[in-house]
Ligand binder design. Sequence first.
Ligand SMILES: [Fe+2]
Ligand SMILES: [Fe+2]
Length: 301
Amino acid sequence: MTTKLYLDPAADLNLILWGDPQIARIHPDREENLAAACETVAAADGRADALILLGDVAEYGAASEYATVQRHLAVAARNTDRIFCVSGNHDIRARSFRRQCARFSDFLAGVPNGVPNPPGCYWFPAVIKNYRFLFMGADKTCFEGTYLSPAQLSWLAEELDAAKEEGKPAFVFNHQPLLHTNGLPATWGGSGSWRGSVGDQNDALRSVFKRHGGEIVYVTGHLHAGISRCSVEHSGRLHMINVPTVGCPNHPENDAPAQGFVLRVYQNRIEGRGILFRTGEEMDESIPNARFSIPLPCESK
Ligand SMILES: [Fe+2]
Ligand SMILES: [Fe+2]
């Protein structure tokens, strides 16, 4: 029996979320997982509004690695209207910030339906069917955490307030989760006071989320953690979704390859489904957060 990824034409939005492909020549399994996942999207029943990759696209940030990802995303692009990638620490570390930022933008410009980051930075907004999508990224070279400039944090605050004014949830995409959320530090290996999180500017970012906007969906990668009870966490109107890696092995207990989420966004709720993207089948519902729902109290204007 053929299993197909199902995308709901009745939803306002169908979003596909993948974490960390982290393509590297020395790890061919990662490319195999990504290739299979892209074929699954191409063969889906229904069309996606967006495919979003949550950073660590390339293990070493090399041009040849991005070329490989480009080739596979071109397959997924047959059945998705837009492809976005946020940058991760592996994309930017040990590289010239300016040159790597341009490389990342060129990479996305070369993907059919890809949406490149603007010149000189990784953060930018997009509007899809009246929903605001806010893509974040480091403003200087960082090894593991992320540095968010005052300009980026001000921009984020303004965008969140605008979404609230419109009566819509805002979707925010960044590589690293907030400190002590989504199972940190255990989901990062269990040690350290900040590791696995945004890092030094965790409190500044959390403060923006606390003081601005209405319903906020904060979507991250970085942890390589399979879908579990830690994948989705709520703090009032802030909803934090951590997405497993589509390329690397996932840990700890749920190690199925090429995991990800589909979000179906409706006026009054968001439905999440954990998907095994090698085949497109839904993850067994006995796994916590393989299916979840976020009610949206906002009223559309
Ligand atoms: Fe990663
Ligand atoms: Fe990472």
